[in-house]
Design a binder for this molecule. Structure first.
Ligand code: ZN
Length: 279
């Protein structure tokens, strides 16, 4: 996970339809707050649910801008998966309900459903299998419970690292391909668990990519313009001269880009090859 640099441009649909619909939702809630609010000895199923329009936040123009801002990567796992799946528009603060222990609490952050700074692009696995409705706080007393308290949001002590406002690399680094919380910090540990950053398939994907980079690393030391070095390499690798030169150039190109924000698993690459430039 790396910091997301969001565009200052906010998709039009969020500015017009989104703003209007936010007003409607807030009015709806304000007229009968209790009807929407979880309480003891009352089934969530009997509650009214805030009617959020997924056609607004899920509009193609919103998704397209998020994908562009995030360079086609999942906001959490940094996978580049667009060749095989569509991905989700994900809400950092959940829109309908949040989990407290094993229970779901309604409503959640309905007034942020169309808020540009609450939206990210994520892979389906991170969103649907792992994060889902999770939004734990370090101090439950700071929870903002409805839109009338929205001004207190900056004081809310959320556990999950927010890649829009924080630098995830201050909390999580990588030991080889495995994510670990820096100095065992609590928010890093919980974020790894809740976002599923150490799930088996993801660890395997990262390991494969890291191995590939390690195999290429020795080529970085060879100067493709030095005849003597190229002759030595040709002999050592048992390959035609031109192929070796191409391979060296390709390896250097991979390493030039691997730590940049545009590249997949950039945080892992930065941890393993700290000498690489991020720009
Ligand atoms: Zn993901």
């Amino acid at each position: 996970m790396i910091k997301i640099e969001k565009s200052t441009y906010i998709p039009d649909i969020l500015m017009d339809k989104g703003r209007k619909d936010r007003e409607r939702i807030c009015d709806e809630y304000s007229s009968f707050p209790l009807d929407y609010t979880s309480r003891p000895n009352f089934s969530n199923r009997k509650l009214k649910k805030v009617d959020i329009d997924n056609k607004i936040y899920g509009d193609d123009t919103v998704k397209k801008q998020l994908i562009e801002d995030q360079n086609g990567k999942c906001c959490f796992c940094e996978s580049k998966f667009l060749a095989t799946s569509y991905g989700d528009v994900e809400h950092f603060r959940p829109k309908h309900a949040y989990k407290k222990g094993r229970k779901l609490i309604y409503p959640a952050y309905y007034w942020l459903a169309y808020d540009w700074n609450n939206l990210m692009f994520s892979c389906e696995k991170c969103n649907r299998t792992f994060k889902k409705n999770e939004f734990p706080l370090l101090d439950e007393a700071t929870r903002v419970k409805n839109h009338t308290e929205a001004a207190n949001l900056p004081n809310e002590k959320h556990v999950l690292i927010n890649p829009i406002t924080e630098n995830p690399e201050s909390f999580i680094k990588f030991n080889q391909h495995i994510p670990i919380a820096i100095n065992d910090n609590e928010r890093g540990k919980k974020s790894i668990k809740i976002y599923g950053l150490d799930r088996t398939e993801l660890n395997q994907d990262r390991r494969e990519y890291l191995n590939f980079m390690k195999i290429l690393e020795p080529y970085l030391d060879i100067d493709e313009n030095d005849k003597e070095e190229i002759n030595k390499a040709t002999e050592f690798f048992g390959m035609p001269k031109q192929d070796i030169i191409e391979l060296i150039k390709t390896a250097k190109q991979y390493f030039k880009n691997a730590a940049k924000k545009e590249s997949k698993f950039a945080a892992m690459i930065r941890s393993n090859f700290p000498y690489l430039s991020k720009n």
